[in-house]
Write a protein that binds this ligand. Structure first.
Ligand SMILES: [Zn+2]
Ligand SMILES: [Zn+2]
Length: 151
């Protein structure tokens, strides 16, 4: 890949993102999921607060520059992608491979994204309240008819 190509945004990219130092730059050429807020202890430690993540199909994510991208296996089921130079949190990649989560703060504005729900609120910090009225799930959302989110 030439430098000219590697710095060029593809036609039809629906979102662009990068880390602080621009060592990692990426684009998404496909639909992005509404934002899910994750309050699990792993996300809170890794990000410094709680995570705001969109997601896309893995094949829709294209890395424009990945020279400083590092992956950390934060659990058996997933790896976290971050910039090894500036420390920006960027991705969460589950082993099942059905999607890849993208930290919403890494995206260029405007994202056009809305917010969907809060997950792992059972693990949330004691120093903030969730007051936006969105559905709250103790852990993963349970999309069965018999259960409903805690509000
Ligand atoms: Zn960086
Ligand atoms: Zn989490």
């Amino acid at each position: 890949m030439s430098d000219a190509q590697s710095t060029e945004q593809s036609r039809g990219a629906s979102a662009l993102g990068r880390c602080l130092c621009t060592g990692v730059r990426f684009e998404v050429c496909g639909p992005l999921r509404p934002i899910v807020y994750c309050h699990c202890t792993l996300c809170r430690r890794a990000s410094g607060h709680f995570a705001a993540a969109t997601a896309c199909a893995p094949e829709k994510l294209r890395l424009i520059s990945a020279e400083s991208l590092r992956w950390y296996p934060s659990s058996e089921g997933a790896q976290r992608g971050f910039c090894g130079t500036c420390g920006s949190q960027l991705f969460w990649k589950p082993a099942h491979g059905r999607h890849i989560s993208i930290w919403a703060g890494a995206l260029d504005s405007p994202t056009g994204l809305g917010s969907a729900t809060h997950i792992f609120v059972a693990d949330k910090g004691d120093y903030y309240e969730i007051t936006d009225g969105l559905p709250q799930w103790p852990q993963w959302p349970q999309p069965t008819q018999s259960s409903s989110p805690r509000r």
